[in-house]
Design a protein around this ligand. Structure first.
Ligand code: GLV
Length: 328
């Protein structure tokens, strides 16, 4: 006799750790994507038929068209803290809960932000390429002499959890003067703890020796750093983007780097990634990494587990752990 499963069905749209799939299988019928292919919107919609929940990454766009094609969908759990791949108003209108993975990646991402800042300021990639190319034939006093990190002025654009974790590292670990700009100013106790001073964007740009971007991507933050902003920075400054592609105008940055309008940049995210603006690939004074700021095994597992927790909690109790929106 055939039996019809009463368990809800869930899709894991990218390859995740097996133990996360096993946890989901304790509650749901689970379809996975073991080849880790990035599905087109049509393929994603097809795989979502009959699914109440889905784990996504920043590569999967969730918009009104997808939601209209998947009327049974109840929850989309992003394995990321950023969720600019979601049209949240459309999700709310469709009664679909959106969740993300805050907190679990804060310290790891701040570590990476600092690593990229230091690699950029101290010219680590550029000097390694030089060495690997067999060009090192004598020690020189000014060989790959870069910018000082300790004691310098660290500028942070976007002062959420990750920005604050970077500020603590800079202020307490490296004796940096920390200035920040954010949509809203932090409370006095948090400013004191981070040893961070609020400034307007113009002062941030003109005073920072190292400017790190940690703000969410939105229509307002699109090209928040373009040619005009770079022109306000010190010619000795470094710029680090660990936030999202599109916050920096990559074409303008490549020109500025080539013309040495700023000393160097460190980028983990790109407009239209995984494509990288070809001009960035040819300038030497930029450190390029493939969107790995939260990529430690422990943190990526914690992110995937939190996304699974959200789906399990919402579909079994009606309450998610880290919701972005509210649905009736
Ligand atoms: C990664 O970019 C994230 O948003 O978690």
């Amino acid at each position: 006799m055939s039996s019809v499963s009463s368990r809800a069905s869930v899709l894991v749209s990218r390859s995740v750790f097996p133990e996360v799939v096993e946890r989901l299988r304790e509650h749901f019928d689970v379809q996975t994507n073991d080849e880790d292919a990035v599905w087109s919107p049509a393929e994603l919609a097809a795989r979502l038929q009959g699914k109440k929940g889905v784990l996504t990454t920043g590569s999967e766009r969730v918009d009104a068209a997808l939601l209209a094609a998947c009327p049974q969908l109840k929850i989309v759990a992003n394995i990321a803290v950023g969720y600019n791949n979601f049209d949240v108003p459309a999700m709310t209108a469709a009664g679909v809960l959106a969740t993300n993975t805050p907190d679990v990646l804060t310290e790891t991402t701040a570590d990476f932000g600092f690593a990229l800042l230091m690699a950029t300021a101290r010219r680590i990639s550029e000097s390694e390429h030089f060495l690997r190319a067999g060009q090192w034939n004598q020690w020189r006093l000014d060989l790959f002499a870069g910018a000082e990190v300790h004691g310098s002025t660290l500028g942070i654009l976007g002062m959420g959890r990750i920005g604050q974790a970077i500020a603590r590292r800079g202020a307490h670990g490296f004796g940096m003067k920390v200035i920040y700009h954010n949509r809203s100013r932090l409370d006095a106790a948090t400013e004191a703890e981070c040893k961070a001073r609020y400034v307007d964007k113009a002062e941030l740009l003109s005073s920072a020796d190292h400017l790190i971007l940690v703000l969410p991507y939105s229509a307002e933050s699109h090209h928040a750093i373009g040619a005009a902003e770079i022109a306000q920075m010190k010619p000795t400054a470094t710029l680090v983007n660990i936030a999202r592609g599109g916050i920096v105008d990559d074409a303008a940055l490549a020109v500025a780097l080539r013309e040495k309008r700023i000393a160097a940049a460190g980028l983990d995210v790109y407009e239209g990634e995984p494509k990288v603006h070809p001009d960035l690939l040819t300038v030497p004074n930029v450190v390029l990494t493939p969107h790995i700021a939260s990529a430690t095994i422990a943190t990526r597992k914690a992110m995937a587990n939190l996304a699974a927790d959200n789906v399990i909690a919402f579909l079994t109790t009606g309450r998610a752990v880290t919701p972005i929106n509210t649905v009736a």
